[in-house]
Design a binder for this molecule. Structure first.
Ligand code: SF4
Length: 334
């Protein structure tokens, strides 16, 4: 029998964790596209921000591109879950590319809000991270009418007055606390500012963050499964640190350093919205096999959100089914 460390280690599995409805839908779009149309399929940027998901699609003939120039004419191009700007859509149209839009509807909601505020003559203060795909896409809806801020200090430096028509929006995957702090400063500096009717930070980001915050007191260390470029995964790690716990963001079980859990009694495991559950289970197995860990799931929220793939894909699938039924019928008649 294997010798485990003297102390017992408990794994607390946070729930909900991992894939959100937007990521599920984007992956389903790409799976279905491969099935219906075959490779090669082009995707603008990463379909979701996860190394494993991207690598596995690359192995099946999906090519991830950073510009429309890289896509051959008449090819099939998929827009990722994070959305794209209208300028990019126009570029793809001009090149006569066939496109499928896998943008998460909750990202589209922010695009629509940006466009609506801009049309109403508001200048929009977008709270988000510079360079993130979602922020680039949203700013592209009304480039002349949007300013990006990342910190309360940047709000203080904004060149607007209390008589300007201002509105704010946020990226969907921000830290709830950071966003609330920035909004507070915005409202203090510009009392006339208006916001979205309903929160822009999405349900999945909110749930994963609140669950980690609530479970942190029970844990000695926190491990987040997710990629470094995943905004919501980074926020989960930061929240655990803000709660005073050592926290690590890793892509897979092999990156776990045994020193992180030496002499620890409980480890909280969660996963960013783009991290596959398989990777969580591999980490749990490693902790069970090497450290004799016991496992308990702490489910603090229910999630029943589902987004359907775009109509054009459903229609293509329907057509395929109809034509295969026709072929079968004709075959049996002959
Ligand atoms: Fe959509 Fe939220 Fe998932 Fe982003 S994290 S894809 S906004 S559900």
């Amino acid at each position: 029998m294997k010798d485990f460390p003297q102390h017992s280690l408990k794994v607390i599995l946070a729930a909900p964790r991992g894939f959100c409805a937007g990521v599920n839908m984007a992956i389903e779009c790409l799976e279905l596209s491969l099935d219906l149309f075959g490779a090669p399929i082009y995707v603008y940027h990463e379909i979701v921000h996860n190394k494993h998901v991207v690598e596995s699609f690359k192995g099946r003939g999906v090519q991830f591109v950073n510009s429309i120039e890289e896509v051959p004419p008449s090819s099939l191009l998929l827009y990722s879950a994070h959305g794209v700007s209208p300028a990019l859509r126009t570029e793809a149209k001009d090149k006569k590319l066939r496109t499928i839009d896998a943008t998460c509807p909750l990202v589209t909601k922010v695009h629509v809000e940006a466009l609506t505020f801009a049309k109403q003559g508001f200048h929009i203060i977008l709270i988000g991270h510079a360079g993130h795909d979602e922020v680039i896409g949203t700013m592209g809806e009304a480039p002349q009418s949007i300013s990006l801020v990342e910190t309360p200090e940047e709000v203080e430096a904004l060149p607007f007055s209390r008589t300007d028509r201002l509105a704010f929006l946020t990226q969907t995957t921000l830290s709830i606390d950071d966003a609330a702090r920035i909004i507070e400063v915005l409202k203090k500096k510009f009392p006339q500012i208006v916001g979205p009717k309903k929160e822009d930070i999405c349900y999945a980001t909110t749930n994963r963050q609140e669950v980690v915050r609530q479970l942190c007191p029970q844990a000695d260390v926190v491990i987040v499964i997710g990629s470094q470029n995943s905004s919501n995964s980074q926020r989960l790690k930061e929240i655990a640190e803000a709660e005073g716990k050592p926290a690590y963001l890793i892509d897979q079980a092999s990156e776990l350093d045994a020193a992180w859990i030496a002499s620890k009694r409980s480890v909280l495991i969660t996963a960013g919205a783009s991290a596959p559950e398989k990777l969580v289970q591999e980490l749990v197995e490693r902790l069970q096999n090497e450290f004799g860990a016991t496992v308990e799931t702490a489910k603090l929220r229910e999630e029943k959100v589902h987004f359907s793939v775009p109509k054009e894909l459903l229609l293509a699938e329907q057509n395929r089914k109809t034509s295969s039924v026709k072929t079968l019928t004709e075959h049996s008649r002959n």
